[in-house]
Design a protein around this ligand. Structure first.
Ligand SMILES: [Cu+2]
Length: 187
């Protein structure tokens, strides 16, 4: 028995706990700072939050604010695959929409066509795929509520390999049109 090792061990444990607490507090503070800079004043997509899921790095997620009465909305995100195997964005879900689809938009002759991708969207190994206006996008069908600029919504994207990934999509006002007049609420 060595009775005087007990206080030493105890002190070490206390010190360790103290350090862990400090580290957790710092991480919390950083997360808070990261969350605060999500949307720039002009409403442009300026989300710097980055989410890692398996081999995927997902960032710059945002949804476009919808005009009153809109039944569908678009979401955009950048997905980087740092792995050696291809992954595939196959589906999604969101509480605010009846259905989530993965769409592509492309010119068919002179007409811009939008259609769901039946097999999802491949994220090749070592490559980055950007979903953006005029290209690939996440389509929220059957909106249950309007998407209001300055707010943020939770969306789960489902990948073949990386699985279900829950993301926060800030709502940004983009591409204001002639519909954006007096009747709309301005910030
Ligand atoms: Cu679409």
């Amino acid at each position: 028995m060595r009775p005087n090792t007990t206080p030493n061990t105890h002190t070490a444990a206390l010190l360790q706990h103290g350090l862990t607490g400090l580290a957790l507090a710092l991480i919390g503070l950083l997360a808070l700072v990261a969350a605060t800079v999500a949307v720039a004043p002009e409403g442009k997509a300026m989300d710097h939050r980055m989410v890692r899921a398996g081999d995927l790095v997902i960032e710059n997620a945002w949804v476009r604010a919808t005009p009153p009465g809109a039944r569908a909305g678009g979401g955009y995100v950048t997905i980087r695959n740092e792995g050696v195997a291809a992954d595939r964005l196959i589906a999604g879900r969101a509480d605010f929409a009846g259905r989530v689809e993965i769409h592509e938009m492309r010119m068919e002759g002179e007409v811009m066509q939008m259609r769901p991708l039946p097999d999802g969207l491949e994220i090749p190994a070592g490559d980055t795929v950007t979903l953006k206006p005029g290209g690939y996008h996440v389509m929220f069908m059957g909106l249950k509520q309007g998407l209001e600029a300055g707010h943020a919504v939770s969306v789960t994207l489902i990948f073949d390999r990386a699985g279900a990934v829950e993301l926060i999509f800030p709502v940004a006002k983009m591409g204001a049109t002639s519909h954006d007049h007096g009747g709309m609420k301005h910030e």
